[in-house]
Design a protein around this ligand. Structure first.
Ligand SMILES: [Zn+2]
Length: 413
């Protein structure tokens, strides 16, 4: 075994064990007593159900990741990467097409392997806890649409990257960086109008009390709000949410129909104010800039390791190639990715506090935001007492009790 194989193997093992340990800690920190802040919002039975939900999801997550790890290791050490390479090379498709087919087959195999898990998650676990609204038809259509999009959009982007590294010489990483950045900004720009409607129906929020209250609020913070959309989240799940997508003229805020159903006008304005807070505090732009810089660094490092023979030998490859290098580098890079993701989660949790603060300060009160958060936690059966280490590694939002405490600490007026 060479140094590359050892680094990758250690990373896979450590991240598996780390997940396992934090998940066990997380289960151990489930508390029997209902936190005081949720007195009267949660009845005892539902609270116990929420803990059962956390337990079931955790066990399922453990089985899934253990299975995936075993499959990956068996494929690796049985020489699967080289075996597949020999077959695809035998078809003599030329450099770019060989790469597209090779990566395509690996991705396809991964989706097929994960399909039973996905079916079980949707139709057994989510069903059991009353969340599932996905029909088998929607489930199949989602897979078909998702696969077609991946083939067209992902295929085009991958072909570009392979072509640059194949033919553009030593500045290939730089061209890739520029091209992928433009491409992904374009995708984010068209996502709200062209891509997301393929999966969900977006209807403009109808005239009425809610719409007037939202427009009055947006006006008061000088946010030009032309688009508030209602998304038919109920098509797949009874869980509720709200989000901000796109940018420039194409930016829009979407509220799930399931959210509108369960919340008061005041609470919905608070949720919307939180989303506008992300925009006003420039979180959207910061996220994009970090993403762009990260892409550049990844391509630069990739360009260095593509010529390291040892990386290919670690996977028993007879030939070096850009396409296989992409996959192996992705695995070699995963420890850095893991550390970066921890920083990104810290950054994201800080942004959530800021958006909450913005919502409270601009609406002039915190009770609606607090009530909205409580209801969201109850309806989505969120874990109220996650272990701090689990939060540190995995949470993009602070735990709800900490958000409520932070909101209560804000002096309004
Ligand atoms: Zn947020």
């Amino acid at each position: 075994m060479n140094i590359y194989a050892i680094i990758i193997l250690i990373t896979l093992t450590i991240s598996f064990i780390l997940d396992l340990v934090t998940e066990i800690l997380n289960l151990k920190s489930l508390r029997k007593e209902l936190p005081a802040a949720f007195e009267g919002v949660y009845d005892r039975e539902q609270y116990i159900k929420s803990q059962e939900y956390t337990r079931v999801r955790t066990h399922f997550g453990f089985v899934t990741s253990a299975f995936n790890l075993v499959i990956a290791l068996v494929f690796w050490f049985a020489g699967g990467f080289n075996y597949l390479d020999q077959i695809v090379r035998g078809w003599e498709l030329g450099n770019i097409w060989t790469g597209l087919v090779y990566i395509g087959i690996l991705l396809l195999a991964r989706s097929i392997i994960s399909l039973p898990f996905s079916i079980y998650s949707t139709f057994v676990i989510e069903e059991r806890f009353g969340f599932n609204k996905t029909t088998p038809l929607t489930f199949v259509l989602d897979i078909v649409k998702g696969t077609l999009l991946a083939l067209i959009i992902g295929g085009a982007a991958l072909a570009g990257v392979l072509a640059f590294f194949e033919y553009a010489g030593s500045y290939a990483w730089f061209y890739c960086w520029i091209a992928v950045t433009i491409f992904s900004l374009f995708m984010q720009f068209i996502a709200p109008t062209w891509i997301m409607p393929l999966f969900n129906k977006f209807t403009p929020l109808e005239e009425g009390e809610l719409r007037s209250a939202i427009l009055a609020y947006a006006d008061s913070v000088k946010y030009s709000l032309k688009n508030v959309f209602v998304m038919d989240g109920s098509k797949r799940s009874s869980k509720s949410n709200a989000f901000f997508t796109g940018f420039g003229k194409n930016k829009r805020i979407a509220l799930f129909d399931t959210l509108i159903e369960k919340h008061t006008v005041g609470e919905l304005v608070a949720v919307l104010a939180h989303e506008i807070g992300h925009y006003k505090k420039k979180h959207i732009w910061q996220g994009m800039i970090i993403g762009i810089l990260h892409t550049g660094i990844v391509f630069y490092l990739l360009s260095i390791f593509l010529s390291h023979r040892g990386l290919f030998e670690a996977f028993y490859m007879e030939h070096m190639s850009v396409y296989a290098g992409l996959i192996f580098f992705g695995m070699l890079y995963s420890p850095i990715e893991m550390i970066l993701s921890i920083f990104m989660q810290i950054f994201s949790r800080k942004n959530e506090y800021e958006a909450d603060r913005y919502a409270v300060e601009t609406t002039g009160e915190g009770e609606n935001m607090i009530n909205a958060l409580k209801k969201l936690s109850v309806h989505n059966l969120s874990n109220l007492t996650p272990h701090p280490w689990y939060v540190f590694l995995n949470y993009s939002h602070p735990p709800v009790l900490q958000r409520i405490r932070a909101i209560r600490a804000i002096n309004v007026g």
